[in-house]
Design a protein around this ligand. Sequence first.
Ligand SMILES: Nc1ncnc2c1ncn2[C@@H]1O[C@H](COP(=O)(O)OP(=O)(O)OP(=O)(O)O)[C@@H](O)[C@H]1O
Length: 732
Amino acid sequence: MGNRPHSFTKVLGGLQPEQPLYLPLSGIIPTEYIFSPSAASSSAPASPSSNSSTPAYTTITAPIYEFPPGIISTLGSSIASVNASNFTDAATFTQYIDENYASIPIGGVSFDLAAGSSILAQSGIEYYVQPRYINGSLSLTTKHLAFWNGWSPFVQLWLFSPAFLALYVAKERESSVKTMQLSNGLNPVGLWLGHLLFDSIPTFIMATLVVILFAVLTDKFFGLGILWLILVLHGITGTLLAYCMTLVVVSPLSAFAATAAYQIIMFMLYLAGYLLTYTYANPAYANGMVKAIHFTLSFLSPVASVTRAGIVSVNLFSLLCDGGDSEHVSSSTMIGIDHYGGPILYLILQSIALFTLLFWVDSGSVLFQRLRRAHEELTAPEPELPFKEDIDLEAAAASSPNNLLQVLDATKRYGTNTAVDRLSFGVAPGTVFCMVGPNGAGKTTSINMMSGNIVPDRGDVLINKASIVKDLWKARISLGVCPQFSAIDAQLSVREHLTIYSRLKGLNGQELDSSIDSLLVTTGLHLYSDRLAGKLSGGNQRKLSLATALIGNPPVILIDEFSTGIDAKIKREMWQLLRTVATSKAFVITTHSMEEAAALATKVGILAVRLLAVGTTEGLSSRYATYEVHFTSRTTEDIACAERLVATIPGARMVDDLATRFEVPTASVPLAELFHTLALQEDFPEYTIEKATLESMFLKVIRENNVQEEDRRAHHVRHWWSGLFRRLVKLL
Ligand SMILES: Nc1ncnc2c1ncn2[C@@H]1O[C@H](COP(=O)(O)OP(=O)(O)OP(=O)(O)O)[C@@H](O)[C@H]1O
């Protein structure tokens, strides 16, 4: 009998001689199997309680076996008339049950007071059809219950612990580290496997400890080796579920809470499903219903599978008992689909599905990209943009195969607010393209479209000829991205940062070491290589971001707001660094600083939702070529005098923002003549003449195009779910 499943149950632990039998048995054995009021004495109550929800009873005429004789009748007057069949000694009772368990209709009880053990033989759930067998001693049962009650809070806490892993991953997503990793071409498979391997270490340790504890403290578990496997699989699946939750829930705490709440709710539903079914359902169908509940909820949550495994492991609800003739619970029986096999299969399939989902989202499958691609109205033809020679020429040349980066008619809207409208340009090797624009002009949105972090609603971006919409993963291999806010992991040192990114990019051995050393020296970070990234100054954090973007020598580098908030000295160091590495790459830099654009750019695009002007710095200079004349005018009389003077110079006009500054088109007045005119005016001893800067060109373009401030543009942002719903409808 040692190989037979033993059950732990409160039935025996709670059994008191004077209690009616149905009370302690309720919840484990549906009372209708045990006892029928119509078969009981007339003084018996009609039900265990006056509660109207108590199930109806069925007449039972089959015998209940007992030892010592008459023991059942002592359990209470309500069952005194049950048809009891007695045995003269405990050994005969045990032997009879052992040999005939498969055909015993109801079961029996044996209290061997001399030996201090007791046996409850319980009939199967399916009345008269599939009898089941339970064997347990009172002392062991009580011990086991005490053990389980003592440890179950810890085990449950551990079962839900993968939810904590959402914290770190969500933090990485929130601080753009994940975006930085992915947009810098890191392989999502390597990335997530790395996370999973690291996060699975506690799972392995805890599963092993739990199983060792179970083995040492009690003999009531069946198939502990298989249970260990299921605990590990559950840890892995729960971890992947937590990772997936961060795809939809942004804040770390919310992601943790959502994962934990989901698992706990599914756990409660699962248990409630079992208990309610076995208590209230028609017994003939109860097993089938529990199976349906199990296989449905297990499909939705890994916690259902591990709970099932826990129930199977202690043969609760006699789940390990198949009836029939099988004497032993063999390994092959235990891995049947109704026992451990179901949880194993479901957990493996769920792990694969969740991992695929992460990979699918992060590598940007075509289907997912299409789902994210918004608004049906963008498929309709847009009105023609006003003709601008430079913009049209740039758009026509953007798709030239010489360009490492091709932005082709890219448009992005948030609700009714168009952030970027039909942006087209190309960047050839060795070019630094500076995108300048006022606040809210769409610079960051453009960078995000180029890096694949957001999908253009219309148009495409090709990185080294790979489409960011159709082949995001391939496109990102050629990409290095330095986002607006340095996305660094504060807990890692500078060298560790570079090492991790290099490894994830596939570098190793000598190649990895020499590449990191060279990057450290190039960026000047070798002085801080062992310092935690969180302890670096803002300028050095920026350098670290740039160094990260340069790992693996990608041909296209995107930098959002390169030197914003950095002091003048480090800013110049970074410019120098960029000039050093820019030789054969295509760089796109967004900046507010015209000084920076003038210092770095070989090509400039002025952006305010649309591209307003584009060209090489020399081309733009010649197109908007003016001299600027600054007078030192201290009084309103001086200003009036300056205005009268400028009125005599052909084409000259006051610059809007400063009453003392005037611009004179170079084409209308030669420089020498301008000096001569001004020299004749003795009213102005102090004035300067300079060629117009990029800044004045920028202001001129903004003025000419009547660009409004961001806050004055109407923003009607729809909720993401309404957009997603419309996209789903459209896809279907
Ligand atoms: N996630 C978003 N949801 C809704 N609107 C957004 C979102 N991101 C940007 N926008 C809007 O898109 C427009 C362009 O924003 P973007 O951040 O690209 O401009 P920017 O030129 O980078 O501005 P800044 O120079 O101030 O960083 C703005 O009107 C902004 O409000």
